[in-house]
Ligand binder design. Structure first.
Ligand code: GLU
Ligand code: MG
Length: 443
């Protein structure tokens, strides 16, 4: 990067504010707004944040056993000049994604975005690149009481019609940010929608997803609505997933290396091993992708979210779905949700896939049943097991996973777990309205 170039560009384009962003281990976009007079300074030097910030839960509570404390210094968030987005819903403001650096200028081991870049580099060493398509689901509510923005039915045009003003503005603003959607539709739940962005390289795909999420929330608010990406806003509502679609390409030629029309699965030997790596690390990946107290409530049998470890072709009950054959041959991992840190989650998917590739693992035959509806005996006969039934168990699996620990690096692996476990410990002692309804006058 030419120093000062980013600042000159922003000034020339008339921006008055630059939001410099990173993600914390809760997956939140964090950062601060820099006024025009400081653009040149921060483009070169970055802006500093306490390392301690990475040891806080999503409720802004410091973990009880922090590694980073008031005296452990700062990281510098230096904007990536290639990852700058205008924010049309805040005219005059641009957003840039930063890498987190140590004060000596080296990349910080705790930076989630740098961790994904490292995974991409490891994939490149295997001669591959990945195209990533993220598929977030979210609700539009009128209020926090979960009154749906529309009662229109699943996949109906009425559902689009009811929120056309929101959808048009969102789509228009995304185009202005150079983010193209493949589709946006009315999902299953009342007020639930889903969007898919055009696939991109992993870091760009995650950057764009984060901008998308910000835009959805901001534009919904402008329309008097509340957007929620919560995995399971209510026991009676369909969950919100963050499915990740991956296709492998040849690094040198860009040719697809996912499909093989001569194999019954439609997948190349490499894609099959990559997929087998996902199955091998399924529990740990679920800890990484679905890491909150609410996450496990989504992963129920027969809910369209996965509850079992298996793969299938055109099978939406499976953890890994291959949408179809030929041009639709790609790998979709389905247990993650929007409460993950998406850089770490996609990095984990790459490391798990690479482990499958290196070990030449075989995924076995595809599941050809709605596994969420099979009796336990039938599941056992087919060798299909449950995903972790609790977030504790999923995080324990992540803790025990040496390939992911090595891939993410010990600092990120352990600090992510520390933050998520602290949050879960808080959750464990809460008493819910359901418990009062059941036990207040019981037995
Ligand atoms: N809502 C489902 C989930 O939580 C996914 C539905 C679908 O798009 O297949 O994963
Ligand atoms: Mg969906």
């Amino acid at each position: 990067m030419v120093i000062g170039k980013l600042a000159d560009r922003l000034v020339a384009e008339g921006y008055a504010h630059l939001w410099i962003c990173y993600t914390d281990y809760n997956g939140r976009l964090a950062g601060r707004s820099i006024p025009r007079s400081r653009f040149a300074h921060v483009a070169e030097r970055g802006t500093n944040f306490a390392k301690a910030n990475f040891n806080f839960t999503i409720l802004d509570q410091q973990v009880p056993d922090p590694r980073f404390t008031a005296d452990t210094g700062d990281v510098l968030a230096i904007p990536d000049s290639e990852a700058v987005y205008p924010l049309p819903f805040h005219p005059g403001t641009a957003l840039s994604f930063a890498m987190l650096h140590e004060e000596d200028g080296s990349l910080w081991d705790g930076c989630p975005r740098a961790a994904l870049q490292r995974a991409v580099a490891a994939l490149a060493e295997a001669g591959l690149s990945a195209r990533i398509g993220l598929e977030p689901e979210f609700y539009l509510f009128e209020d926090e009481d979960l009154t749906p923005a529309t009662r229109a039915g699943m996949y109906t045009i009425a559902g689009l019609d009811a929120q056309a003003a929101f959808i048009e503005q969102l789509t228009q603003h995304l185009v202005e940010m150079d983010i193209t959607l493949e589709q946006i539709g009315k999902e299953y739940g009342p007020g639930q929608y889903e969007a898919t962005a055009t696939p991109a390289d992993p870091v760009t795909a995650v950057d764009r997803y984060l901008v998308f999420r910000l835009a959805v929330r901001s534009i919904a608010r402008a329309h008097g609505l509340r957007a929620s990406f919560m995995p399971k806003p209510d026991a009676t509502l369909a969950g919100c997933g963050l499915h990740v679609h991956v296709s492998l390409r040849d690094l040198a030629t860009g040719a697809d290396r996912t499909a093989d029309p001569d194999h019954p699965s439609g997948l190349s030997a490499e894609a099959r091993s990559f997929l087998a790596g996902w199955l091998q690390h399924a529990d740990a990946l679920t800890g990484l992708g679905a890491p909150t107290a609410n996450s496990a409530k989504r992963l129920q049998p027969a809910s369209w979210a996965p509850a079992h470890v298996c793969w299938g072709i055109g099978n939406r009950a499976a953890l890994v779905r291959v949408p179809g054959l030929g041009a639709r041959a790609r790998l979709e991992f389905r247990s993650g949700d929007n409460t993950c840190n998406p850089y770490l989650y996609v990095a984990g998917l790459i490391w798990a896939g690479l482990d499958g590739l290196r070990r030449g693992l075989d995924p076995g035959p595809p599941a050809e049943a709605d596994v969420g509806r099979l009796p336990a005996t039938e599941l056992a006969a087919r060798g299909v097991r449950f995903l972790p039934r609790s977030t504790e168990a999923a995080l324990d699996a992540l803790d025990a996973d040496t390939a992911l620990a090595e891939g993410l690096g010990p600092l990120l692996h352990q600090e992510f777990l520390r933050v998520k476990r602290a949050e879960l410990a808080m959750y464990r002692i809460q008493v819910t309205p359901w418990e009062r309804a059941a036990y207040f006058e019981a037995p």
